[in-house]
Write a protein that binds this ligand. Structure first.
Ligand code: NAP
Length: 470
């Protein structure tokens, strides 16, 4: 596909292939943008932002709702594109498109809710004749940098609120998965978004990222991706608003009064969806010693029964990882854990980019499969003596995006919610739950700022204070 910038679809002499992770075969290509393209795209977006400011809130609502209609019409084509470039199973790709419909719908609705408030200035001494109110205005140009793992919906989580708030947006999609973002761009343009209000620039983040995030005409950077790239962007962006949605190694705590079948089902759903490449995947399961063996006895056959392979086949439950080298990394970490005393109860083998769903028991917190973000289809299980030790283990990480507990004891559930440092806290549900309208974002090195359209429009607007001196 071509990329979209400066109000037109353009190609460049240098291109990069888009590869199907399961077959390993390239099936499309996109242009490699240079830093001069980034400058042109941002300057065009400045004009796009001026065009957006002329649209009323109702205009913005209408155009986004039209995009929702077009997205529904193109759902199957876009789902197949997601599976082809990202590798998630087709059922998950269809779910991602359905979620994107929700994200854009919520964004459209937020266009109508950019409220300010009156400020009672006469409540401060000597200001009886002052009258004040706030107004929310768009920031102007938003740079949106997205990861590979939800190549449609995580782009929509940036683009939808940016446009709803009246901004222009420059998208830099992940190089492994640019097609879904380009197809979303097409949908928005066909719906009637002003031509320069959206730009989708393809090319390696390593070579064009700095030019985009440091550009003086970009006022807001919203990034979803890995911790280290996020930190680099924060340093490069300088005095700009930033939202950082970064990685995690989410813990799930199991107490003795939990329904172990429910817990095992939640572990499977939360641990192996999208081949474990979800920022809120369950990675660490911390299980009370009294039920440790019982839990593993229930979980292991469930995981062993998951079929792994071609993500286009409706019966396959776990597809390939996005790149073979990532599957090799996960395989290496599992082997390293096994050499250090952990037990691989099922899985551990790899065929190309397809990693067999894996359960590792007796994992020590200092093993990489526990303390680093594995981002693959493997769950690390560790015993704990009681809830205090479980919470201590859950918190012994630099990350804090999502956590879960299974218990019937309301006091212990509340203790978990108050004491575990995490953005999302699930009680009797897996870590990977996300409804697209909820506030979503991590603590500690998992990031800062929130997504979810209502919260993202706040991050993508400025609050102005108006004072009338009477
Ligand atoms: P990544 O390697 O950090 O890449 C993310 C994006 O950053 C890509 O578009 C990438 O472009 C770009 N990039 C790379 N270097 C850059 C630079 N110097 N300046 C600006 N942009 C740059 O992450 P990923 O492998 O795609 O995604 C996996 C990570 O994302 C995991 O850590 C996961 O936990 C996290 N994630 C977090 C959330 C959340 O909501 N918290 C959601 C999903 C994923 P190229 O592709 O061209 O390199």
């Amino acid at each position: 596909m071509k990329m979209y910038m400066g109000g037109e679809w353009v190609s460049r002499s240098k291109t990069v292939p888009v590869t199907n992770p399961f077959t390993g075969q390239p099936f499309d290509s996109v242009p490699v943008a240079g830093v001069e393209d980034v400058d042109l795209a941002v300057k065009s977006a400045v004009r796009g932002a001026a065009a957006m400011r002329k649209l009323s809130a109702f205009d913005r609502y209408e155009v986004l709702m039209k995009a929702v209609g077009l997205l529904k019409q193109r759902a199957e084509d876009i789902a197949r594109t997601i599976t082809a470039e990202e590798g998630k199973i087709i059922a998950e790709a269809r779910t991602e498109v359905a979620r994107c419909v929700q994200t854009l719908t919520w964004s459209a609705e937020e266009a109508k809710r950019l409220y300010g408030e009156t400020i009672p200035l006469d409540a401060s001494p000597g200001n009886a004749m002052k009258f004040g109110f706030t107004v929310r205005v768009p920031v102007g140009v938003v740079a949106a940098i997205s990861p590979f793992n939800f190549p449609l919906n995580l782009v929509a989580h940036k683009v939808g609120p940016a446009l709803a708030a009246g901004n222009a947006v420059v998208i830099k999609p992940a190089s492994d998965t640019p097609l879904s973002a380009l197809k979303l761009t097409e949908v928005l343009l066909d719906a009637g978004i002003p031509p320069e209000a959206i730009q989708c620039v393809t090319g390696p983040g390593g070579s064009i990222g700095d030019a985009l995030v440091s550009h003086p005409d970009v006022r807001k950077v919203t990034f979803t991706g890995s911790r280290d790239i996020g930190e680099r962007i924060c340093k490069t962006a300088g005095l700009k608003k930033v939202t950082m949605e970064l990685g995690s190694n989410s813990p799930l705590i199991v107490l003795p009064d939990a329904d172990l079948i429910k817990v095992a089902e939640a572990t499977v759903a939360s641990g192996y969806g999208n081949a474990g490449q979800v920022c809120i995947s369950t990675q660490r399961v911390i299980v009370d010693k009294k039920i440790y063996v019982d839990y593993l006895d229930i979980l292991t056959p469930m995981v062993a029964a998951l079929s792994a392979g071609d993500p286009m086949h409706e019966s396959v439950k776990v597809g390939p990882m996005v790149r073979e080298r990532d599957a090799e990394r996960v395989e290496g970490w599992i082997r390293e854990a096994a050499h250090s005393g952990a037990r691989v109860l099922t899985g551990g083998e790899r065929s190309g980019a397809v990693m067999r769903p894996t359960v590792i028991a007796d994992v020590k917190p200092e093993m990489k499969v526990s303390c680093e973000e594995i981002f693959g289809p493997a769950v690390a299980v560790t015993p704990a003596s009681d809830i205090d030790e479980a919470i201590r283990l859950a918190n012994s990480t630099r990350y804090g995006l999502a956590a879960a507990i299974f218990t019937q004891d309301i006091n212990k559930a509340l203790k978990f919610a108050l004491e575990v440092d995490s953005g999302n806290l699930n009680i009797n549900g897996g870590t990977s739950f996300r409804a697209d309208m909820m506030p979503y974002g991590g603590l500690k090195d998992s990031g800062m700022g929130k997504e979810g359209p209502r919260y993202a429009v706040e991050e993508m607007t400025e609050l102005k204070m108006v004072i009338i001196h009477r």
